[in-house]
Ligand binder design. Sequence first.
Ligand code: CUA
Length: 346
Amino acid sequence: LFSLLAVMTVFLAACGEEHLSTLKPSGAVGKEQLNLLLLTTVIMTIVVIIVSVIYLLAFVKFRRSRVGEDVMPKQVEGSHTLEVIWTVIPIILLIIISVPVLTATYKFADVAAMEEVDENGEKTALTVNVTAKLYWWEFEYPNQGIVTAQELVVPTDEKVYFNLIAADVKHSFWIPAVGGKMDTNVENINKFYLQFDKESKDLKEGVFFGKCAELCGPSHALMDFKVKALEPEAFKAWVAAMQATEGNTASAESSDLGEAMFANSCLGCHAISGTGVSGAFGPNLTTFGDRNRVAGFMAHTVEDTVEWIMNPEPNKPGNLMTGKYNVTEAEAQAIAEYLMTLSVEK
Ligand code: CUA
């Protein structure tokens, strides 16, 4: 038993990573969900302890060497008192667990505020349409008219409402330190909200990490995304900067080799304008230079970007960027350097 526990400790060690821990939650939703976890764990632990103690007592008290050979202890089969006790106690425990769990579940799914409008008829709640794809994430802000990919930017101190959908197979949207998880289905939209509170900024400067939490294919484990929580003013500035990229495009005639190559080889699938381009085939690259990671999990460096452009399949098996792009290593280097200049924060 002790060896087993020791081995489990090793496996659980990685769970200590703060930004992926549900045990150190940030934001009101994550905190309430942790309280529910603790409530059920405490109740289950008490049940295990009481049952184990009764079992051990019976084991000791009625063992043969104590009561004597061939002595049958008093039989209690059919005892109404006992049956009532072991029926009523679990019912009470289930009520204690289910009332707060169901209350919270319906509360976090209450998205009526998504439809509220101000005096100008504009929607007041911040809504993000999340589309999960093999193996990346698209984030559309319908009321701001902007789209980004792989990196979700949210304001602190307000409820952020999510419409979750999948483009191909079932995925699951999960930001362990903030709350979730919630399935993204192909056919019906799941809705809930999360809160990224100001104190969340202590956690790696407001950066959280999200994961796909539903086995969806060979690169499921690499289907990560980043969440950046900005103070409300900084968030407004970010939205304005994204809107200002309207019409951004790359020219095949550019004197910049990277831009010209990008226009020739990449623009068919990837957009570099953050406005009005939802549903593009590949991830929107408007904020590529601001990202923390490349392709969701590689280092945010020119070197790893070149590696990604040249060898997408071995790095992320089953992803859809697997064609032959006819670019040399030097051209990929130029494209990577150009991509690093795409920024709304610098
Ligand atoms: Cu998408 Cu797992």
